[in-house]
Ligand binder design. Structure first.
Ligand code: ZN
Ligand code: ZN
Length: 336
């Protein structure tokens, strides 16, 4: 990314191969997912901690082509997926399995160069091995958005079997996987989308889509739940849907904010939280254990990766525009 904007200034450039430190591995990238996080950096909504001229992309799969002298667990030829950050591995949070929360962590494709490239250097601890029979083009989605969705639905929202869960932005890359994560937990899923086409695809996944339009989706949720409301809401849109997500909740309902597309303010009445006795959580990122769970669930078919389309690296601007316009169901992949 040369400079943020809408559209952003993106360019494909020849660079020297990244330096491989003693604890690093060099990955030849097979595919990299284009995330809302990348789009927020491209638009300039997200600037904090972004390295100037950064190579974006934190959803990276590929094969290891070189290992540093101290890297012992990963070998040349291994198929891997990146974690979302490079972390210290020795602090309390890392040791308790919450490596995403490492205070010394640096975001891949944010604070350090990421995977919208032919080659990326990552710490050995920041890649997870993927079995050879697993599709490498799908593997890039295991940490984000799949691991991220598992964390939000299972660990933060604590979705249980038989509950009703509303998911906003459900046709997008994060939303589609969040809806699948809720379904995998045994919930009745009401995915909200603005597109007929995406609604049909969500219905085919066994969900009961709500087409957002003139009628607030919160009213549709009430109509579909005999006026009880939903047990949980997974909101991947943010300010634009926050109020309606809250108003979709049943008594004691839990709302989890997973994304913020516009970077604006939400207008809510705090009393709506109180009278519903609702809880509001925020969830972002995923740790290595979520990536491992994502691999297991993707292999068993309980949480399949949803790929919208593959784009060449040179088509990143087009992929961004289609994503911004809401034209893609699932994740766009960049293939160097
Ligand atoms: Zn992501
Ligand atoms: Zn740490």
């Amino acid at each position: 990314m040369e400079s943020p904007g809408d559209p952003p200034s993106l360019a494909v450039r020849e660079r020297d191969a990244p330096a491989v430190g003693p604890g690093d591995v060099l990955v030849r990238v097979a595919a990299a997912g284009l995330c809302g996080h990348d789009a927020a950096i491209m638009r300039g909504v997200l600037r904090r901690g972004v390295r100037p001229g950064v190579v974006l992309g934190h959803e990276v799969s590929g094969r290891v082509v070189e290992v540093g002298g101290e890297a012992a667990s990963i070998r040349v030829g291994d198929a891997v997926v990146s974690t979302l950050t490079v972390f210290c591995g020795s602090c309390d949070r890392c040791l308790s399995g919450n490596d995403y929360g490492c205070p010394y962590g640096r975001g891949v494709g944010h604070g350090i160069d990421g995977g919208f490239a032919e080659l990326v250097a990552l710490a050995e601890s920041s890649v997870v091995r993927v079995p050879d029979d697993f599709d490498l083009y799908h593997a890039c989605l295991l940490s984000c958005p799949i691991g991220v969705s598992i964390r939000a639905a299972r660990d933060v929202a604590r979705v249980r079997s038989g509950e009703t869960v509303v998911v906003t932005g459900a046709g997008g890359g994060l939303g589609a996987h969040a809806a699948l994560a809720a379904a995998a937990a045994g919930a009745r899923v009401l995915p909200v989308t603005t597109s007929d086409h995406k609604a049909a695809l969500l219905e085919r996944l066994g969900m009961e889509p709500i087409l957002a339009g003139e009628i607030p989706f919160s009213e549709m949720v009430m109509a579909l739940t005999e006026d009880l409301g939903a047990d949980a809401a997974l909101d991947t849109v943010g300010s634009a849907t926050f109020g309606q997500s809250l108003r979709s909740l049943a008594q004691g309902g839990r709302m989890t904010l997973m994304g913020e597309v516009l970077g604006e303010r939400a207008k809510i009445s705090p009393a709506e939280i109180m009278f519903r006795q609702a809880a509001i959580f925020g969830s972002t990122g995923a740790s290595k254990r979520h990536t491992a769970d994502a691999l297991e669930m993707a292999r068993s078919g309980s949480l399949p990766p949803v790929v919208a389309r593959r784009f060449a690296l040179e088509e990143a601007g087009e992929a961004y525009a289609l994503m911004r316009a809401g034209k893609l169901f699932g994740r766009a992949l960049l293939i160097p």
